[in-house]
Design a protein around this ligand. Structure first.
Ligand code: ADP
Length: 208
């Protein structure tokens, strides 16, 4: 949110004494957002949680913000209209930014179908602080998986604005990583991201 959009005027930014850099030094790894985007059922949550488990085992400080979980609380007042989806991603973006300041490896699993919303999140943080992971899977395969039975309901017209059926999904143009979950298994997708984190110095190659 820009300063001009803010409703409250008498608020002054208070610089932290314990800095992000100090936290990262202590953690032994960088704070970063790993932003999973893709169709429902593409595997965002599955890969994110598998990756978090690996990172956690290595001693990294992590947290996963998951679409459905966030809608139980922070975004419980939002639906799936275009307007509400935009606000949902804005809130998650701001929240993720705070987690990065806290030095955490922050994994987010949201369909986040609109390119402009994902770009806004990227603009919230410094360059290199966000790794976009396009969790790619054909609509046919997602529909065949139908993990939550939502595609069936959407086809029956019971769920309005369902991404891929009655609402668009805009593919990322320049994601840092693409994992093809209909070609590779969960472990391969997870390791692909882990390798990226190691090669690019987000975590040490010998653990943290
Ligand atoms: P999303 O979070 O994108 O809605 P989920 O992770 O909830 O998707 O569901 C993905 C489903 O696809 C799970 O049932 C998972 O076991 C299955 N699946 C099969 N192959 C893969 C893969 N390579 N990566 C992730 N999930 C996969």
């Amino acid at each position: 949110m820009s300063d001009t959009d803010m409703k409250s005027s008498n608020v002054v930014w208070h610089a932290p004494v314990t800095t992000r850099e100090a936290r990262e030094r202590r953690n032994g790894h960088k704070g970063v957002i790993i932003w999973f985007t893709g169709l429902s059922g593409a595997g965002k949550s599955t890969v994110a949680h598998a990756l978090e488990d690996s990172l956690h085992s290595m001693g990294c400080h992590t947290f996963t913000l998951d679409g459905d979980n966030v809608r139980h609380g922070l975004c419980g007042d939002l639906g799936f209209s275009d307007e509400d989806r935009v606000e949902n991603i804005r809130r998650v973006g701001e929240m993720s930014k705070l987690f990065v300041e806290a030095g955490m490896i922050t994994l987010t699993a949201f369909i986040s179908p609109f390119r402009s919303d994902r770009d806004k999140v990227r603009e919230l943080v410094a360059e290199g602080d966000l790794i976009e992971v396009y969790t790619r899977c054909s609509l046919e395969e997602c529909e065949a998986r139908d993990v939550k039975g939502l595609y069936k309901k959407a086809r029956a017209g019971e769920i309005p604005h369902f991404t891929g059926i009655s609402s668009p999904y805009e593919e990322p143009e320049n994601p840092e990583i693409v994992v093809d979950t209909d070609k590779h298994d969960v472990d391969e997708c997870m390791k692909q991201i882990l390798t990226y984190l190691k090669v690019n110095g987000f975590v040490n190659t010998n653990g943290v």
